[in-house]
Design a protein around this ligand. Structure first.
Ligand code: CMC
Length: 428
């Protein structure tokens, strides 16, 4: 197969190299396109545009494959801890036992947040959305660590920032939930591992001994791993493009949180649960009616469809398998799960959905599990962010190490051509 592409334009012929990755995904390299031809490419939504050459995550949307650094998501979700996966994503290899122990200790030493950060929560009105609070807290961290604002500083300083972010994120996420409920905030406890500490700070109570439920710890660990990276999605591309201006890591992550919040991306997990509750309460559980409204383009099915996965979302497959067992181990049943199953079965057999390759995505099941674990619905996207943090960090770090250029797309201008400036009296 040729490793060049020929473009014919205005009686001239141009050749462009084809790049091929380790999984044989190929791309036309057009760095010199505009200089040579005067043309740019136009690809709304970047459906066909590669923005980087990355070594972190591979996904094949047709085959439903997802791998972090070459390891299958199934293996990682079932055999690794979240901190192990974070280390893998950020530093490229699975840690040895000694490296893992040292890394866990390192993170434990950074879990506390500055006392003044807590005061920021006091200014939020009650009911303010947890994702808005999380975004603010990520930006605030930059104020507390002015020495680590220079992304061109030495690797030790960058690694310290990475550890601080990873360690403080569960503390901050738990504080958001506690503050939202008006409950006292719990300080992290060094005796707990990363996930248990998060659950302790979120669900523990100052007046009682906390006993971690291994089913909940295991489910949380799995959920975080499944969300840990997903190559160049909306929030990750945002983190990379913000970082490409040499913005510091805290600012880049705050931007990633903002992008994740949208209902077309991470915000979908909250919307899935609200949709299921709406079907139960407002549509009398009438799934057929809902599907007809979707076909009439009157509503979207939240938790369905994916820009890249066109046959199934491997994360959804793992969660679907876990959902039942987690609920039964927790001794919980949820009528919303029945509505979800009915919706899924109907959609998977209906030609409208089959033709459009619309399948449940990761957000379809995660909300039901988060609900069973006891999280308020508005916290769901915060949990997505907690899981995605190592991926954002890994992608930011890779972008800096590859010395990538500032991200600056072009456009096709389609507004008015040049016109003369009218005085205010002449304007209609
Ligand atoms: N419900 C109903 N119809 C849909 C949906 C949906 N969720 N998603 C796509 N379609 C239709 C779309 O209207 C189009 O129909 P037609 O061909 O008649 O115009 C067809 O399916 C093809 O869709 P598409 O344009 O190829 O989809 P997209 O790649 O532009 O959008 C998406 C991907 C995720 C933004 C979209 O599917 C969506 O909005 N889904 C609901 C939100 C959601 O669950 N988001 C979470 C994504 S997974 C978590 C993450 O990684 O962020």
């Amino acid at each position: 197969m040729s490793n060049k592409v020929t473009l014919q334009y205005a009686d001239k012929s141009y050749e462009f190299p084809v790049l091929t990755g380790t999984e044989n995904e190929s791309a036309i390299e057009i760095a010199k396109l505009r200089a040579q031809t005067g043309l740019i490419t136009f690809d709304e939504g970047f459906r066909n545009t590669g923005s980087t050459v990355s070594n972190i995550t591979f996904l094949d949307g047709e085959k439903g494959i997802l791998r972090y650094r070459g390891y299958d998501i199934d293996d990682l979700a079932n055999k690794a801890s979240f901190v192990e996966v974070a280390y893998l994503l950020i530093y490229g290899e699975l840690p040895t036992a000694a490296q893992l122990k040292a890394y866990e200790e390192e993170l434990t030493m950074h879990t506390l947040v500055h006392e003044n950060l807590k005061k920021v929560f006091d200014v939020f009105p009650s009911g303010s959305h947890p994702m808005g609070q999380l975004m603010t807290m990520m930006s605030c961290l930059s104020s507390f660590y002015p020495n680590s604002l220079n992304p061109n500083s030495n690797p030790d300083e960058t690694n310290l920032t990475i550890s601080r972010l990873l360690a403080k994120m569960p503390t901050i996420c738990a504080m958001i939930q506690k503050k939202g409920k008006g409950h006292p905030v719990l300080y992290p406890q060094n005796k707990y591992d990363y996930v248990t500490n998060f659950l302790y700070m979120t669900f523990g109570n100052v007046s009682e001994e906390f006993v971690a439920d291994p089913v909940v710890v295991d489910a949380m660990n799995k959920l975080l791993i499944l969300h840990a990276d997903h190559e160049q999605n909306c929030s990750t591309s945002t983190v990379r493009i913000v970082g490409s201006s040499h913005a510091n890591l805290y600012a880049s992550i705050a931007a990633g949180v903002a992008a994740l919040w949208g209902p077309r991306h991470g915000g979908a997990n909250q919307e899935v649960l609200e949709m299921l509750e709406g079907i139960r309460d407002n549509d009398n559980g009438d799934v057929k009616k809902v599907l007809q409204e979707v076909k009439d383009k009157k509503r979207l099915l939240m938790g369905f469809g994916h820009r890249v996965y066109r046959n199934f979302d491997p994360r959804a497959k793992i969660l679907k398998a876990s959902c039942d067992s987690i609920l039964s181990k927790l001794g919980k049943t949820d009528p919303l799960l029945n509505i979800a199953m009915e919706l899924e079965a109907a959609a998977l057999n209906d030609p409208y959905f089959v033709e459009r390759k619309l399948y449940p995505n990761v957000d379809f099941y995660s909300g039901i599990i988060y609900k069973a674990l006891g999280f308020p619905t508005q916290m769901f996207t915060v949990l997505f962010a907690l899981g995605r943090l190592p991926g954002w960090i890994a992608q930011w770090k890779e972008m800096r190490e590859h010395k990538e250029d500032i991200g600056r797309p072009r456009q096709v201008y389609n507004g008015p051509a040049q016109r003369s400036f009218p005085s205010i009296a002449d304007r209609k």
